[in-house]
Design a protein around this ligand. Sequence first.
Ligand code: EPU
Length: 420
Amino acid sequence: MDYLKIKGIDSLQGSIKIAGAKNASLPLIAMTILAKNKLNIENLPDVVDIKTLLKLLTNLGAQCSFEEHHVSVDTKNIHETRATYDIVKTMRASILVLGPILARFGHCEVSLPGGCAIGQRPIDLHLKALEQMGAEIDIKAGYVETKAPNGLKGCEIIFDKITVTGTANIVMAAALAKGTTTIVNAAREPEVVQLCEILNNSGVKIKGIGTSVLKIKGTNGKLVDIKDFAIIPDRIEAGTYLCAAAITNSELTITDVEPKHLDAVIRKFEEMGFSFTLTKDTITIYPANEIKPVKIITQEYPAFPTDMQAQFMALATQANGTSIIEERLFENRFMHVSELQRMGADISLNGHIATVKGKTELSGTDVMATDLRASSALVLAGLIAKGETDIHRIYHLDRGYDSLEKKLQNAGAKVQRLKE
Ligand code: EPU
């Protein structure tokens, strides 16, 4: 197994190029199941989750070739409709194939994903919405078995809670349904917006894109002609490298990014004393005179993202004063706290609220990655810790960060990937 060895440094410099968004790529790869043509997707991040989903599609009978941030996918010969446990257990986002397979073939079987490090993460909202669209659903031997022999029908769906992959799944199911589906309380994340825009440019009429009410006019079972496209930049990868600059109090430019997707994150950095120059596709962060404490509440887009919570917690250990971080989306997304504490952070937890007292000196030691974003918080802490930090179980990082150690090395970090 690989691990990362990080030596504490004084500062970073230069620029880091941001990859395509993992969480946009996953639904868009699943969307190819709705296409009648072979299509090319550019700017995919080279991360394990993308390879996992392509493997799932290949198991179903699709032809996929992935190289150099580019994939071509032909789903014409898909004949299997079962997403098996061996893949789903490694990546919950496999559930994204449910909507499109059910819509295209009239049945689909997906393994239930099981437990998750950041919380329960049920899929009840996906299933309830599909039921409303006319699907029959059974849970048998660990699998969700869905059937809609007469096709899915448009209806009004009101999500009890905003769900990102739930919205994507239902948008894809609705794309081939009979009639119009209205989704109320839809997710507005940029990744959902890109999915809607591409379908809208491919003959599925979607109104309300980027708002919380989507109206999707289905094609009544006809597959769609989808043009080649490129994935939007990864706002969470971008935010993570901005945190790397902030925690080392350095000037750093990130390129190939969409600054407006980071509004809420940039606002928090500004509250902490950092300043910025933005262009159309770059963000430069400048050091703070004094790093100030911050109050953060994670919420759905456009508010502050849960996927940046762990990284800001690492940064808050270097603020002069007490920061409060409230996690509202996932009940258990504080696995990084005990590892940061082992490095010397002063963090106390009360339910879903963390209180971080700064500034504390961190010391390098052995720590363990527990989920993707928790792992990146440990990398950030390692950048400024005294001595060496060894981060184990970095397969979590490899799921979502493209060339992490190379990008950091180019900006002056002392990071090495080694074998246990
Ligand atoms: N929820 C339900 N029932 C459902 C679906 C969701 O109760 O059927 C709850 C969840 O338990 C959670 C909340 O609703 O409390 C929001 O979950 P959501 O469904 O929005 O999360 P997701 O779609 O499973 C995506 C990202 C996550 C990101 C969340 C929140 C992908 C592939 N994953 O997950 O990304 O944290 O939205 O923004 O898009 C990551 O990249 O590290 C990551 C975990």
